[in-house]
Design a protein around this ligand. Structure first.
Ligand SMILES: [Mn+2]
Length: 347
């Protein structure tokens, strides 16, 4: 186990940081809520739960989508008071977005500059008013206050804790996005990041009326045929290395075109080779439009893939991490595989 148990002192520090963030938020009339590019359910769930909590306090929140929200997550925005959203999706990465000057910036589920894309300069110029809630071990110092707890299975666990100092009761409208984040980051409570705290939160969320079966249908059973075609291409490319402990899959730009799939639809593909008994680590290499290869890594038990990704300027968690490597997937594989073989050998 590379995960460390959180000490009482660490736990108190996080709660104190969350209280400091709550205090700063309460003094604002407008808050811009950001999360990482290519948002997952934990990112969107954290953003949306914060927006609804702040809205209930009479604060005007705006959600900033750095890259488009996957259509399968759009259902989360319905059935409650509408929240204003600004999408930077169409803006070029080097073009400063025309965003209002919010009293505060609340950044959730990341504190890595590399994940901010088109919002990077905007946020970096506003460090003094930037508040961050995150659970990733790697990141940059971009915040005035950072509440980071790497023992949290999902960022939404920390957002749920933030409700207490904010004095916001847990409503169904807040619980639903929190649940989406919780099941998203824990693979429906399967990963070794799951703790009693995770299930305790799930219990509270269900008590507000969240329906697990409905959420599963919405989050896990709304894929398009294009997604399955992309999965077929990924599995067809699968190669085993190092006594079948390493599985490497590659998706070229042509694979995406042939499947009729978008880049965000790789979500979850990297988990499939984990079903093979010998496999300890999986890499998914996706060719992108900017001449780089996007790398997603997963680890089953002991290999710290965030350390491997950090080597290439990326980051994440011990069991799930990502980075980008300049060049084609073949070039990226040539650089990555020695690191994977080394990691497997020393694990
Ligand atoms: Mn997360």
């Amino acid at each position: 186990m590379t995960f460390h148990a959180t000490t009482l002192a660490e736990e108190e520090k996080v709660q104190a940081d969350l209280a400091a963030i709550a205090q700063r938020l309460q003094d604002c009339s407008t808050v811009g809520i950001f999360t990482h590019a290519r948002p997952d359910p934990d990112a969107i769930g954290s953003q949306l739960a914060c927006a609804r909590a702040l809205h209930s306090l009479g604060i005007r929140p705006t959600l900033i989508d750095i890259t488009p929200v996957p259509p399968t997550l759009e259902f989360l925005y319905a059935d409650a008071e509408p929240v204003s959203r600004i999408s930077l999706g169409a803006a070029a990465a080097d073009q400063a977005p025309a965003l209002p000057d919010f009293d505060c910036i609340l950044l959730v589920d990341t504190h890595s500059v590399s994940q901010l894309e088109g919002a990077r300069d905007y946020i970096l110029q506003r460090r003094a008013t930037t508040l961050v809630v995150d659970h990733h071990r790697t990141g940059d110092s971009i915040a005035s206050v950072l509440a980071c707890d790497t023992s949290a299975a999902a960022c939404v666990e920390l957002i749920a804790d933030l409700l207490t100092p904010l004095n916001v009761p847990l409503s169904h409208a807040i619980a639903e996005p929190l649940y989406a984040g919780l099941v998203g980051d824990t693979g429906w409570f399967r990963f070794d990041s799951v703790t009693p705290r995770t299930h305790a939160l799930a219990r509270q969320l269900l008590a507000t009326g969240v329906e697990p079966a409905t959420m599963y249908r919405q989050l896990a059973q709304q894929e398009s045929p294009a997604k399955l075609r992309l999965m077929a291409a990924a599995l067809a490319s699968l190669q085993y290395l190092g006594q079948e402990q390493i599985a490497v899959m590659t998706l070229s730009k042509n694979d995406f075109t042939q499947a009729g799939a978008e880049s965000w639809q790789t979500d979850g593909l990297v988990d499939w080779p984990m079903s093979v008994g010998t496999v300890e680590v999986v890499a998914l290499l996706s060719e992108t439009d900017d001449g780089r290869t996007r790398v997603n890594l997963r680890s089953k038990t002991s290999i710290d893939v965030s350390a491997i990704c950090a080597h290439f300027g990326g980051g994440g968690h011990a069991r799930a991490a990502g980075c980008r490597i300049t060049g084609s997937p073949a070039t990226a594989a040539a650089q990555l595989t020695p690191e994977l073989l080394k990691a497997v050998k020393t694990s």
